[in-house]
Design a protein around this ligand. Structure first.
Ligand SMILES: [Zn+2]
Ligand SMILES: [Zn+2]
Length: 337
C-alpha cells in the first residue's frame, strides 16, 4: 500500500502522502516537528492538537483538518485513523486500511510516558514504518521519575553555589518536559520561542508550571540564580553568555554517548529523549505483529539488520527526516576515536 518516493511516503490507492518533504496536494502529518511538518502542502490532515502548531510554524492560512485519535475517515477508499505515538503533544501513528490490508506509519514515537503526550498505543498491522533515531543497544533511558529527580538535583546544587541553571532542550516537547520537572524548583524563565509553543499546550488545558518569557537580547540580570530554558539553536550564540553565573545542561538522548560534541562545553548532560530507546523500538515493532517493517531515519542499517536476525523482515528506506530536530540530529554527535 505504501511506496517511498522522492517527495515522501506515498499511499498509492489513497493518493496522499505522509510527512512529505516536498509540496503535494494532500499530506497527513504525524506531528509538529519541523522535519515532519513541512511548508507548501495544499491540504493538511493531522491530530487536533497539532493544528495550532502547524498554524504557528507554517502559516495561519494553511488548509488543515484536525481529527481525534481513533476517529476514522476515508479517502479514495482508504480508511485513515490516527493513534497516539507518545512522542510529543498531538503526535500520531497513521493507520491505513485498504482491501483488508493494514499499514501503520509511526512517525517519531516513544514508549515512555512523559505525562504530557498521550501515551503510545501499539497498533496491529501487516506493514509497519518505524523510525530508529536511537536504534543502538547503548541507548537505554532511565525512568521519567529518575530523570526528573536528576534535573532537580542539578538545580539544587546550582542554587547552593548561587548559579543560574540553564537547560538546553528542543522547544517543542523537550522544553515542556523540563518545565514539568521544574514544578516549585524556583523562578522559571523560558525563551520566547518556547513560550510561543507553550500556547499549543495551554490551549488544550495542559497546566504548565508558572513561568516568565524572556528575550535574551534584552536585559537578563534578573535571571540570576533562576532556572532558564532555551532551545539548542541558542547554544552557540553570544546572547546566552550574558546570563549571569550560568551553568548549562543539555537535555538530549545523544547525551548518553560520551563524545557528543556539545557535551564537552556543557556543565552537564542529561540523556532525556522523546524517541524510543533500543528496547522501546524492539518492543514497539514486535507489538505490531507486522510481516514487513520499513526503517526510516536514524540507525536504519543496524536496526533493520537486527530485525531481520530475529526473524522480522525489515528494510531501510531513505527519507529526509531527522535533519531539523536540532538536538536529536546526528550532526551533533562525534564518534569517539
Ligand atoms: Zn519528532
Ligand atoms: Zn523525526
Amino acid at each position: 500500500m505504501l511506496t517511498f518516493t522522492d517527495k515522501g511516503i506515498y499511499c498509492e490507492p489513497g493518493k496522499f502522502y505522509i510527512d512529505p518533504w516536498k509540496p503535494v496536494d494532500f499530506a497527513i502529518i504525524t506531528h509538529g516537528h519541523a522535519d515532519h511538518a513541512k511548508w507548501g502542502m495544499k491540504n493538511y490532515l493531522c491530530h487536533h492538537y497539532t493544528v495550532p502548531i502547524l498554524q504557528s510554524r507554517i502559516s495561519a492560512d494553511i488548509s488543515v483538518q484536525g481529527i481525534g485519535y481513533n476517529e476514522v475517515i476515508s479517502r479514495n477508499g482508504v480508511k485513515i485513523s490516527l493513534h497516539p505515538a507518545g512522542h510529543i503533544i498531538g503526535s500520531a501513528q497513521i493507520r491505513l486500511e485498504y482491501k483488508g490490508k493494514v499499514s501503520v506509519v509511526s512517525g517519531d514515537y516513544k514508549i515512555q510516558e512523559d505525562g504530557l503526550s498521550t501515551p503510545f498505543e501499539p497498533v496491529k498491522c501487516h506493514e509497519f514504518v518505524t523510525e530508529s533515531t536511537f536504534g543502538l543497544p547503548i541507548y537505554r533511558w532511565q525512568s521519567v521519575a529518575t530523570q526528573n529527580e536528576q534535573l532537580q538535583q542539578w538545580v539544587r546544587s546550582n542554587q547552593e553555589q548561587k548559579k543560574t541553571s540553564v537547560f538546553v532542550g528542543y522547544s517543542l516537547g523537550k522544553a515542556q518536559r523540563i518545565m514539568q520537572a521544574m514544578q516549585d524548583a524556583g523562578p522559571l524563565y523560558v525563551h520566547y520561542s518556547i513560550g510561543k509553543l507553550n500556547l499549543a499546550f495551554e490551549q488544550i488545558g495542559v497546566r504548565l508550571p508558572k513561568y516568565e518569557i524572556v528575550d535574551l537580547r534584552e536585559d537578563v540580570k534578573h535571571l540570576d540564580q533562576g532556572i532558564v530554558i532555551v532551545p539548542p539553536s541558542l547554544l552557540e550564540s553570544k546572547v546566552i553568555k550574558k546570563i549571569p553565573h550560568m551553568a548549562h545542561a543539555i537535555c538530549s538522548g545523544w547525551m548518553q554517548v560520551r563524545g557528543a560534541r556539545r557535551w564537552r562545553s556543557a556543565d552537564a548532560g542529561f540523556p532525556i529523549s522523546d524517541h524510543a530507546d533500543w528496547e522501546g523500538l524492539i518492543e514497539a515493532v514486535k507489538a505490531t505483529g507486522a510481516e514487513q517493517v520499513h526503517v526510516t531515519h536514524g540507525q536504519t542499517a543496524v536496526f533493520a539488520k537486527y530485525l531481520n536476525e530475529i526473524g522480522i523482515p525489515a528494510d531501510e528506506v531513505p527519507t529526509e527526516y531527522g535533519r531539523e530536530e536540532e538536538d536529536e540530529s546526528p550532526e551533533n554527535v562525534e564518534v569517539p576515536s
